[in-house]
Design a protein around this ligand. Structure first.
Ligand SMILES: Cc1cc2nc3c(=O)[nH]c(=O)nc-3n(C[C@H](O)[C@H](O)[C@H](O)COP(=O)(O)O)c2cc1C
Length: 212
C-alpha cells in the first residue's frame, strides 16, 4: 500500500473576499484566466476537465481545450460520435472544471451543451494546421482500433490524397451555455473561499458563499 495521508499542503497565495466579488461572473472568470495565462508554470491555461453523464447514468471525465470564450459560455471542439459526443446527445448537462495548482485556484462550471453552427465549425477546422485536420479525419474517436500502425497507415493514406480536405460531419464544436460558476480559492487552515454564481430566471446572477 502507498499511503498519501501525510501529503498536506497549506494554501496561502490569495483570497476571494466579499469586496472582490463582482456582479458578472464572466468578469471574474476572465481575470482568473488572465492570471493563469500569465503564469509561467501553467502550460495550458485553457485545459479543462469535462464531465458528461451517459444514458446509463454513468459519469465520465476527460480533459479538453477551451477554444473560445463567448458572451454566455465556452466552446470546445471534438468528435460528435465520441463517448462524450454520445453522452451529450442524450444528456445536454455538462460540468467542467479548471484547476491551476500554482494559483491554488479551481473553477467549477455547469452548463448546457449544444452544437455550434456548421459554419463556425468549418471556420475553426480550416484554421488548424493541415496535420491536425488530417488527425481529426483519421480518428474515429473513442472507437476500438487494431493497432497503432493501423492509425498511422490511415493518417498517411489520407495525407497522400489530401488535396481537397473537407471537415468531417462528425467533427465540430460544442457551446456550453453556462448557468453556474463556483470559484474556489485555497486558503490557510482549510478555510477556503468558495463563491457560487447561479443564473436566475431573469438572466441576472445570484451570488452566495459556501462553507469550504
Ligand atoms: C491536455 C489535453 C487536451 C485535450 N484536448 C482535447 C480536445 O480539445 N478535444 C478532444 O476531443 N479531446 C481532447 N483531449 C483528449 C480527451 O481527453 C479524450 O481522450 C478524448 O476526447 C476522448 O474522450 P471520450 O472518449 O470520453 O469522448 C485532450 C486531452 C488532453 C490531456
Amino acid at each position: 500500500m502507498k499511503d498519501f495521508s501525510d501529503y498536506r499542503k497549506n494554501y496561502s497565495k490569495s483570497s476571494l473576499l466579499d469586496h472582490e466579488i463582482v456582479k458578472d461572473p464572466f468578469v471574474l472568470f476572465k481575470s482568473w484566466l488572465k492570471m493563469a495565462e500569465d503564469d509561467s508554470q501553467i502550460d495550458e491555461p485553457n485545459a479543462m476537465t469535462l464531465s458528461t453523464v451517459n444514458d446509463k447514468n454513468e459519469p465520465r471525465n476527460r480533459v479538453v481545450l477551451m477554444k473560445m470564450l463567448k458572451k454566455n459560455g465556452i466552446v470546445f471542439f471534438t468528435n460528435y460520435e465520441s463517448k462524450k459526443g454520445d453522452a451529450i446527445k442524450k444528456n445536454h448537462n455538462v460540468c467542467i472544471s479548471f484547476f491551476w495548482p500554482s494559483l491554488e485556484k479551481q473553477i467549477i462550471i455547469n452548463g448546457i451543451c449544444s452544437k455550434i453552427s456548421k459554419k463556425e465549425s468549418d471556420d475553426y477546422f480550416y484554421s488548424r494546421p493541415l496535420d491536425s485536420q488530417l488527425g481529426a479525419i483519421s480518428s474515429d474517436q473513442s472507437k476500438e482500433i487494431p493497432s497503432r500502425e493501423y492509425l498511422e497507415k490511415k493518417f498517411n493514406e489520407i495525407k497522400i490524397n489530401s488535396s481537397n480536405i473537407i471537415r468531417p460531419n462528425n467533427w465540430g464544436g460544442f457551446f456550453i451555455n453556462i448557468n453556474e460558476f463556483e470559484f474556489w480559492q485555497g486558503r490557510s487552515n482549510r478555510l477556503h473561499d468558495r463563491i457560487v454564481f447561479s443564473k436566475s430566471n431573469n438572466d441576472s446572477w445570484i451570488t452566495k458563499r459556501l462553507s469550504p
